[in-house]
Structures are given as C-alpha cells and as structure tokens.
Design a binder for this molecule. Structure first.
Ligand code: PTJ
Length: 267
C-alpha cells in the first residue's frame, strides 16, 4: 500500500505495513498483527510519545547491559519486521549476541528470520567497511554483530515455560545474566527472572505480566525506544562501573509502571 507522507497517521500506517510485509515474508506470525494492535491501543493512551519514566527505564536498561558479564538479545517476528537493523546495532554496541526466539515457533520461521538478519548484518558490514575509510564515523568502536543460529547451536529447554519460548540457545539466553526481551510473553519473563537473570523488556502495556515481572520495563513503543536505548548504551560506554551501578540502584521499576498507569488513567 502506498502511504501518503502527509497523512496525519503516516508513521503508524507505515509500521502496520512493515508488519503486514513481515507476515507475507514469513517473518512475523499472523498473531503478531493482533499483538501490535494491542500495543497501538496502549500507545494511543500514552499519547504516542516517550515519557520521562520510559527515558529513565532506557537509562537503567543501558546500565544493566553494560554491567552484564554476558548479555543476550532476543528477537521475535514483530521485532525482526520492525527493528532488525536497530537490534543489530544494539548487538554491536552492547557486545551481545542475538538469538531468534519465538512464541509461535516453527523451524521455517526461525530460518526465515535468521536469514533476514544475516542479510541485514552483511549490509551493515558493507556500510562499516565504507565507514572505515572515514575516521569520524560512528560505526567505529562498535563490535561485530553476532547472530546465533539454531542449526549450529545447542538448544536448552527452560523449565516452567509452557510456550515454545522455552527453546533457548546455550550460548545465548541460557548463559546470559542480562537478557533483553522486547515484546515478551509473561510466562517466560517470569521464568527468566526466577532463574536469577536480569530481564529488560519493552512493552507498551504496563499491566502485562512481562511488564510486571521484568527488572526493567521500558513502557514505550519499540520503534521509539530502541534508538534511544542504542544512544544510551553508546553514551554510557565509558562510564565507570560505579556510575552504572548507581543508575541501576536509583531506578525503581514499580514506580515507573505506576507512572505509566497514572498517565493512561488520566487520558
Ligand atoms: O514472533 P513470535 O511468534 O515470537 O510472536 C511475537 C508476539 C509479539 C506475537 C508474541 O510474543 C505475543 O503474542 O506477544 P503478546 O503476549 O501479545 O505480548 C506482546 C506485548 O507487546 C503486548 O503487551 C503489547 O501491548 C506489546 N506491544 C505490541 N507492539 C508493541 C508492543 N510494545 C512496544 N512496542 C510495540 N510496537
């Protein structure tokens, strides 16, 4: 569908089209469209903007990722369709491997998403090689993005998770002390926390079980929050561990969720 850039809801329409395309390409599950609709409803109530509570959560999330011994990033069908490049950049900036992890699991969709991400990483590498000839480019200093692939990795089944999200990779989510799981389901978020991992999520619904269970919940739209998270990780890259720990200590996820609920009630 051609979207008129002057349409008042052009960005929202473009995002929907990206997901529809994701379904056609076998990346996004049809249920992903419904999940997105739910997200949109909350976004509408939040005024479709990043609130201070979300910015604080972004800061805390960045500090957790930088303090981690071994962070890992989870990508599902919605995240791949909407923000593949941003997840790749985050993998580089936070030095964290990417694992495709699906709720509506099929081997075919895992393969499709991995192949799409590999293609985007190759594209990024080409750009980076270009950038290396220009010394001031922001690509310098980032690590290489790492994509773990199901066909070549050992899988581990997480206990107490009813969905296929329980299938994780030994060198990814299973080994991680900090996991970034945007648009997660509540079951696994709770299981990951119970395993002693720090869980960072992005979820527009502050009432969801994931939002409530996570260590850090960024209540904001994925497409607004991910670029902010990348910027925060890059800005805090050289901060001392003491400074990062202070950011983590001062952040209160309950307070952040309460504030999101207050704004929703007000609107
Ligand atoms: O690709 P799969 O098979 O792994 O499936 C992915 C989805 C997202 C379909 C699956 O995980 C799912 O069904 O998720 P839920 O349980 O519907 O939860 C998704 C949560 O993300 C809901 O609370 C939505 O409000 C929220 N959400 C949806 N779109 C966005 C969002 N939050 C932030 N940004 C969005 N764009």
């Amino acid at each position: 569908m051609r979207i008129d850039p002057h349409h008042p809801r052009a960005r929202s329409l473009r995002t929907r089209e990206q997901l529809v395309l994701g379904v056609k390409q076998g990346i996004t599950s049809p249920a992903g469209l419904i999940a997105h609709g739910r997200g949109e409803a909350f976004d509408y109530l939040l005024g479709e903007q990043t609130h201070p509570f979300a910015s604080q959560a972004v800061e805390a999330a960045a500090a957790h990722l930088l303090l981690a011994d071994y962070p890992a990033l989870s990508v599902n069908g919605n995240v791949a369709a909407l923000c593949a490049d941003e997840m790749i950049t985050l993998s580089q900036s936070a030095n964290a491997p990417i694992e495709v992890n699906l709720f509506h699991f099929t081997k075919e969709r895992v393969r499709q998403i991995e192949s799409y991400l590999r293609q985007r990483i190759r594209q990024e590498t080409v750009q980076k090689n270009h950038a290396l000839r220009r010394p001031k480019n922001a690509f310098l200093g980032r690590q290489r993005a790492v994509l773990l692939q199901h066909a070549h990795a050992r899988t581990v089944i997480l206990p107490h998770v009813a969905s296929s999200r329980k299938i994780t990779l030994r060198d990814g989510i299973d080994s991680a002390d900090v996991v970034f799981v945007p648009l997660e389901d509540g079951d696994r978020a709770q299981a990951l926390v119970a395993m002693g991992k720090k869980v960072i999520t992005i979820d527009l619904n502050p009432l969801s079980r994931t939002a409530q269970a996570a260590t850090v919940t960024i209540v904001d739209n994925l497409i607004r929050a991910l670029p902010l998270l990348i910027t925060a990780v890059e800005r805090l890259h050289d901060a001392s561990r003491d400074d990062l720990k202070q950011i983590v200590r001062e952040y209160d996820n309950r307070r952040s969720l309460r504030e999101a609920i207050r704004i929703i009630r007000k609107s």
